[in-house]
Design a protein around this ligand. Structure first.
Ligand code: ZN
Length: 301
């Protein structure tokens, strides 16, 4: 096997493409279903928290015109993507007209959404909340959504025990966002805007390209070393021809540093490239591939 296999023991498990979660069961690859099923991926950790709903759409062969894609950007079919947003939202109990999306720029800007933002960037032609790569709210109504194809979705829930009430967030973390510490930036905004205590926050590091599949340039390694310092090797494998980077290990390290207890962090263990049948993967399927969505919302009172 490749040289990466010798150095993976300290990384989160990569299950080689058979993604799973406590609340979903992927169908066998060979099974041909006449009507493709719309089954969101959900985290066991977050599903146990009352007052909050979340889910990820996936790639489903034969669903709509583009395998269930929900991204609008060219050259994708926006009307089909809007129909798919409606399908996936129905499967998760969300109002598609309440989606809030960003102009994602691989940065570290965090936008605070309120009830008034519900629908910003939901349907074709509507205006997004702004540029950035993370959304947070402590209000019921807006359904926060980021779009992904290999970049890591990170879902945040502050259960807000007592009078404060819950707060939620979602971030889009590719290598630039990760080394820019977008997870730390998201927690900082939640703390300042909502009074969140970081050690109460529960986080899911969702499906993303795994380190085995993610060879990177020295620029990525250098940027990560600047961010992580002495701990950088926890997310790097440098034994092979090109270095490999683990978005999951990197984001977990930064969450820990910010004060999120390890027991409050769930890692999906799913690689979007290894499991390209069920997930959109930029590296696996090319730049024209679709996008899956990570959605989170506070239940209405
Ligand atoms: Zn992989």
């Amino acid at each position: 096997m490749n040289e990466g296999d010798r150095v993976i023991t300290r990384f989160p498990r990569c299950d080689g493409g058979v993604g799973s979660s406590p609340s979903s069961s992927p169908s066998p690859r060979h099974l041909i279903t006449p009507s493709p099923s719309v089954m969101p991926w959900q985290s066991g950790l977050l599903s146990s928290i009352p007052g909050v709903a979340h889910g990820l759409s996936r790639r489903v062969e034969g669903l709509g015109h583009a395998d269930g894609n929900i991204g609008f950007s060219a050259p994708r079919d926006r009307d089909d993507a809007w129909a798919m947003r409606q399908r996936w939202c129905a499967a998760m109990g969300f109002e598609p007209e309440h989606l809030v999306t960003l102009g994602q720029i691989h940065g570290r800007d965090v936008r605070v959404a309120t009830k008034a933002h519900a629908g910003h960037g939901a349907s074709p032609g509507s205006t997004q909340i702004g540029l950035g790569d993370a959304l947070v709210t402590n209000q019921a109504g807006p359904v926060l959504m980021t779009l992904h194809a290999d970049c890591q979705p990170v879902l945040f829930v502050d259960p807000g025990a007592g009078r404060r009430g819950p707060a939620v967030g979602v971030a889009h973390a590719g290598w630039r966002g990760t080394v820019g510490n977008i997870v730390g930036a998201t927690l900082t905004v939640m703390t300042e805007a909502f009074g969140t205590r970081v050690d109460d926050v529960h986080v899911v590091l969702g499906p993303a390209i795994c380190h085995c599949c993610y060879d990177v340039g020295e620029d990525v390694v250098d940027a990560w070393r600047q961010t992580a310092g002495a701990d950088a090797d926890e997310a790097l494998a440098t034994g092979g021809q090109r270095p490999r980077f683990s978005l999951t290990a990197a984001n977990a390290l930064l969450l820990n540093r910010a004060g999120v207890p390890a027991t409050n962090i769930e890692m999906s263990g799913i690689c979007t490239k290894c499991d390209g049948d069920h997930w959109f993967s930029h590296r696996g399927q090319g730049a024209q591939t679709g996008r899956f969505g990570a959605m989170i919302s506070i239940h209405g009172g």
